[in-house]
Design a protein around this ligand. Structure first.
Ligand code: HEC
Length: 112
């Protein structure tokens, strides 16, 4: 009987450690693809947005606000990128939702 308890404890331990390993693998996979995704978003920002908003969010045309000073919420940024406003061109037929949300997130890294 004592031996059975010892064995189950050992089996439970094995089960726990193998679960831990699995979740670690999933995490590190997501991290590297996130970094890849954000690098791609940075590239898209560079040729779609930087012409007006500057490479680092300091705008280069008079009418465009500095993104470094944006006080918009994430959802407001997604909306303005999707639908545009005045001279800002809408992106909803050009970029997919995931990319637009990525851009809205990317802009946050400009905040000073
Ligand atoms: C042709 C120039 C132009 C391009 C290209 C452009 N924008 Fe804009 N953007 C503007 C202008 C002008 C405004 C201000 C609109 C207004 O309020 O009338 C603006 C506003 C914004 C705002 C709101 C900032 C705030 O807090 O007020 C965000 C966010 C933004 N742009 C993101 C982007 C992203 C991301 C891209 C690339 C997909 C982009 N813009 C491309 C001109 C541009």
């Amino acid at each position: 009987m004592g031996r059975l308890i010892y064995f189950s404890a050992f089996a439970a331990l094995l089960l726990l450690t193998s679960c831990g390993d699995n979740s670690e693998q999933v995490d590190s996979g997501a991290d590297s693809s996130d970094a890849m995704f954000m690098a791609e978003i940075g590239r898209i920002y560079g040729f779609k947005c930087a012409i007006c908003h500057g490479k680092k969010g300091r705008s280069v045309i008079k009418t465009a606000p500095h993104l470094t000073e944006s006080t918009m919420s994430f959802n407001e940024r997604v909306a303005i990128i999707k639908y545009g406003k005045t001279t800002m061109p809408p992106q909803k037929d050009v970029l997919d939702v995931k990319t637009i949300e990525g851009l809205a997130k990317y802009i946050e890294s400009f905040k000073e």
